[in-house]
Design a protein around this ligand. Structure first.
Ligand code: NAG
Ligand code: NAG
Ligand code: NAG
Length: 969
């Protein structure tokens, strides 16, 4: 506000004073500069007070910070405010600076768009707006008044749109830099007519199309940077006529073809990068003519053939990168003449033969020959690695065919920082002199045939940060001296033959983040001190012979069960069995996830719970396969209802202690409640009637009734004709089923038996089946949220895992057999009933049980394949998809049948799997969970049984998928 008033005041005073000071024309226009700069300042935030010297009362701005004046007329000629942390818009106030030549506002926080008349300020020669937050297109006409412009940089902003054609009218232009914006479109055709251009930097944009011919007009061009765009086509044929070119960067485009021969004329060129394009053909022999080359990067193209000998003529070359091409042969001997060479990367080609010994005579700092077919046949050692050579810092010979032993004097490579010999056939032991490599910070000897033990001298390698020795035949103990390598963050010793215990000294490696000791023969217990490792995020000791208690605290409270698996003698909450008892086949659960926490507390209460609640509902699903069976079942109900009238008065009206009913009287049934004290309501109406029917399935009809204490139960009346087991067998099986208790399984509470009537009494879940919740309930109030759905999937997995652990196959998993309790916990019902059948074959299984279309594993159709618990995992996979998509496994459209898992699979192939998630969720779901869950569903629903994971794996995967932040809620 104050500033606005002040400006008004200034303008007014100028108007008033103007006529008086007619003689002094200079002075009045001089004040114009003050006014312009104050207006400019008024629109800015200046958090560091950099412009505090800009005082509106000053007579002249020439002493202000960042301002310079022309001595001839005392007018502002240069405004340089680089790195002042200014923000705001570039204000039109600057237009008043009629004599401005240099405007540099680089490295600030200016926002907004570039004004179309910006370049009409004064006679601007240099404009640098780089490294701000300017956005929008570069205005089309901005370059129309640029006759004096020599340097323009808009680099490192967020500018969009095209490079305006008007640029071609800036005849004085020498330097243009629009790099690191989001410009697209083609290069303006007139650009090659700006003969004065010396430097062009358009890198890091989205520019496209071909680089136009005609570049040879730019006879003064020294630097051409077009890297990281989408340019296609070829390098302009006559580029070599830009004889002064020193730097050419076409990296990371899609330029193809061979290199134009004219390039050999670029004898001043010091830097040539064509990296990351699609160039083909051989590396031209004339490359040796480009005598000034210091950096030559042809990596990641499709160059083939041999490396030309002429490369040895490049005696200024310091960096040569030919990696990731299809180059064959060996390195030419003449390269020894590249005496300035420091970095040589020819990794990932098809080079073969011996490692040229001259490589180590050249004073190289970095050598990467990784991923070729070099081999060293001079048994017994990699003899050409010199052992008293000081310059080498990086040596990467990984993924070749080197064999023999490591030279014992390797410690002589005293400057070595990175040594990667991974994935060769190197044998023998790790030389003790490794400890002399004081600068070594990456050591990778993994995937070789090293034997012997890890030398305790390794303690000398005090800079070591990464040590990878996995996949060898290393034996012996882990040396405690390793604690001296205090910089170690990454340690992988897995897949060896290490013995002994994990030394507690490891706990002194305070920077350790990743440690892998898996697949060794380590024994003993894990040192408690390991919990001190505060930076640890992965610690894998799986598949060893460790025993005793897992450390408690720190990282170990959240350690993944997978990281400790395969050590049968380990105990602790993570491996889900308490010390010291040993569980034969533990379900591996993460005790720290919210679900299993509630799980264990529920399980503790289970004994109290099992009396009360309960029942089963099995709403018959589409029984397409055995319509006949249904008909028989319905007929049976009628036949039975007359028989029932004799049994019912005794069973359901008395309120006596049914448990004591005479078991051998054929007219009087025997009611057994596993939990003693439940009774039916006195004078209850005949419960087995149509009114109380709540569902029917392959095994019979389900009714619901109320116990005397007010609890509901579900009663399943078994279809007797299918059961030919004796009472003894029946009772044994049912009692066994009654012992199966899990928070995700519907509890069996009791049974009733007469030769003609068998009832099973289950806990009753009023909220109904998963099928009802997903498909029948239209009210949005009952819409299952993503979090509820995830909980249901995880709960079902736990229930099913428990069944499989009990060696029970469900055979009939489907959404009508899963019930949801009030806390959204799913409970699987109808399990174990096949055990009541006299015999089990494909025919019975497929007709009687797997009647629900869409859930049935394909192996049911194939008589020669044994049906295993994997058939449940198939059904579970379909259930996952059903819960996530809210669609039935098979849906009938007007003239089409949509099979859910085929539909989801093809959506995944098309990359549109997110669209499969139930649209009723309106996008309210965590895609980072939903997508992997869908993939898991598809894996579970694999056609081939052996491709399906087992349930313990499924639970582990689900717990990994679960977003950590959500897990806390
Ligand atoms: C730009 O502003 C942001 C916050 O608004 C600040 O963190 C950053 O340091 C500023 N950048 C410069 C170059 O001043
Ligand atoms: C060593 O080389 C192998 C194979 O080229 C590579 O996979 C590995 O990441 C490298 N090791 C390190 C520590 O970079
Ligand atoms: C860790 O280092 C300290 C000091 O060097 C030493 O006293 C201690 O014994 C070491 N701890 C282990 C577990 O080796």
């Amino acid at each position: 506000m104050k500033q606005v008033q002040l400006i008004l005041l200034l303008s007014v005073s100028l108007v008033l004073l103007g006529p008086i000071l007619v003689i002094s024309i200079d002075l009045s226009s001089f004040n114009d500069d003050v006014l312009g700069l104050i207006v400019f300042k008024a629109g800015l935030e200046d958090p560091k007070g950099k412009l505090s010297t800009w005082n509106e009362d000053d007579y002249s701005p020439c002493n202000w910070v960042g301002v310079k004046c022309d001595l001839a007329n005392n007018r502002v000629s240069s405004l340089v405010l680089d790195g002042f942390s200014l923000s705001g818009h570039i204000d039109r106030g600057l237009l008043r600076l009629q004599f401005l030549q240099i405007l540099s506002l680089s490295r600030n926080n200016f926002t907004g768009t570039i004004a179309p008349d910006l370049l009409s300020i004064g006679d601007l020669q240099v404009v640098d707006l780089s490294e701000n937050n300017l956005y929008g297109p570069i205005p089309d006409g901005i370059f129309q008044q640029c006759w004096s412009l020599r340097v323009v940089s808009f680099a490192n902003n967020n500018l969009t749109g095209k490079i305006p054609d008007s640029l071609s009218s800036c005849y004085s232009l020498a330097v243009v830099n629009f790099s690191s914006n989001q410009l697209h479109g083609e290069l303006p055709s007139g650009m090659w007519f700006l003969r004065g251009l010396q430097s062009i930097d358009l890198s890091n944009n989205f520019l496209e199309g071909e680089i136009p011919e005609g570049i040879q007009n730019l006879i003064d061009l020294r630097e051409l940077r077009l890297g990281s765009n989408h340019f296609t086509g070829r390098v302009p044929e006559h580029i070599g006529d830009c004889l002064l070119l020193k730097l050419v960067d076409f990296s990371d485009n899609s330029i193809s073809g061979r290199l134009p021969e004219s390039m050999q004329k670029l004898t001043s060129c010091t830097f040539l990068s064509l990296q990351g394009n699609s160039f083909t053909g051989g590396i031209p022999h004339w490359i040796g003519e480009m005598k000034s080359l210091e950096v030559l990067d042809l990596s990641a193209n499709r160059f083939s053939g041999w490396i030309p000998k002429s490369i040895g003529n490049l005696d200024l070359l310091s960096r040569l990168n030919l990696s990731r091409n299809q180059i064959t042969g060996n390195l030419p001997e003449l390269m020894v003449n590249c005496i300035k060479l420091l970095t040589l990367d020819i990794s990932h080609n098809h080079l073969a033969g011996h490692l040229p010994s001259w490589i180590f005579r050249m004073g190289l700092q970095s050598v990467s020959l990784s991923g070729n077919r070099f081999s060293e046949s001079n048994y017994p050692s990699l003899t050409s690695i010199p052992v008293s050579f000081h310059g080498l810092q990086v040596l990467d010979l990984s993924s070749n065919a080197f064999f023999g032993q490591l030279p014992s004097g390797i410690g002589g490579l005293s400057s070595l920082q990175v040594l990667n010999l991974s994935t060769n056939n190197i044998s023998g032991s790790i030389p003790m002199s490794i400890g002399e490599l004081k600068s070594l910070y990456i050591l990778d000897l993994s995937d070789n045939k090293l034997n012997g033990s890890i030398p305790s001298e390794v303690e000398g390698a005090i800079s070591l940060s990464e040590m990878r020795l996995q996949k060898n035949f290393l034996g012996g103990r882990i040396p405690a001296q390793i604690e001296k390598c205090s910089e170690l963050t990454f340690l992988n010793l897995s897949h060896n033959k290490l013995i002994g215990s994990i030394p507690s000294a490891i706990a002194n490696l305070t920077n350790l983040q990743y440690a892998d000791f898996s697949w060794n023969e380590l024994s003993g217990s894990l040192p408690k001190e390991l919990t001190n490792l505060s930076n640890l995020f992965s610690f894998n000791v799986s598949y060893n012979r460790l025993q005793g208690e897992l450390p408690v605290g720190g990282f170990f409270n959240t350690i993944s069960p997978l990281s400790v698996s395969g050590n049968p003698l380990l105990c602790g909450s993570v491996v889900n069995h308490s010390c010291p008892s040993v569980h034969p086949k533990p379900i591996v659960l993460n005790p720290n996830s919210s679900y299993s926490n509630s799980g264990s507390s529920l399980q503790n209460n289970h004994h109290k719970m099992m009396l009360s609640i309960s029942v089963i509902i099995a709403i018959g699903a589409a029984i397409f396969i055995v319509i006949g069976v249904v008909v028989v079942t319905v007929l049976n109900i009628h036949a039975r209802s007359s028989m029932l009238s004799s049994a019912a008065p005794f069973v359901f009206s008395g309120g006596e202690d049914y448990s004591g009913s005479p078991a051998n009287d054929p007219n009087y049934g025997k009611l057994v409640m596993f939990s003693g004290d439940a009774e039916f309501v006195d004078g209850a109406h005949n419960i087995l009637n149509k009114d109380s029917e709540i569902g029917r399935g392959g095994f019979g009809v389900v009714y619901c009734t109320v116990l005397r204490d007010g609890h509901c139960v579900a009663i399943k009346k078994l279809t007797v004709s299918t059961l030919t087991k004796s009472q003894e067998d029946f009772e044994r099986e049912v009692k066994m089923l009654g012992k199966i208790k899990h928070q995700n399984l519907v509890a069996l509470e009791g049974y009733y038996w007469t030769p003609s009537l068998q009832l099973l009494i289950y806990e009753y879940l009023a909220r109904g089946s998963l099928q009802k919740l997903l498909h029948d309930d239209d009210s949005s109030k009952n819409l299952l949220s993503w979090r509820q759905r995830f909980k249901i999937i995880l709960g079902m997995a736990k229930g099913l895992a428990y069944l499989h652990q009990m060696e029970l196959i469900h055979y009939n998993l489907k959404s009508t057999n899963v019930f949801i309790d009030c806390s959204d916990e799913p409970k699987i019902g109808d399990f174990g009933l096949v055990r009541l059948l006299p015999m089990l074959d494909h025919c019975v299984l497929s007709s009687k049980i797997q009647s629900a279309l869409g859930y049935m594993a394909p192996e049911f159709a194939c008589r020669t394949v044994k049906i295993t618990e994997k058939c449940d995992i198939y059904s579970f996979g379909i259930l996952i998809l059903e819960v996530v998509t809210g669609k039935r496994p098979v849906e009938y459209m007007e003239d089409d049948v949509v099979v859910l898992c085929d539909k989801v699979r093809s959506a995944l192939d098309d990359g549109k799997v997110e669209q499969c998630v139930d649209e009723k969720l309106k996008g309210n779901f965590a895609a980072e969970e939903a997508i992997p869950v869908i993939k898991l569903g598809l894996v579970c629903a694999s056609q081939v049984p052996s491709n399906r994971p087992d349930m313990a794996e499924v639970i582990n995967i689900l717990e990994l998928i679960q977003c950590p932040s959500e897990e806390l809620q």
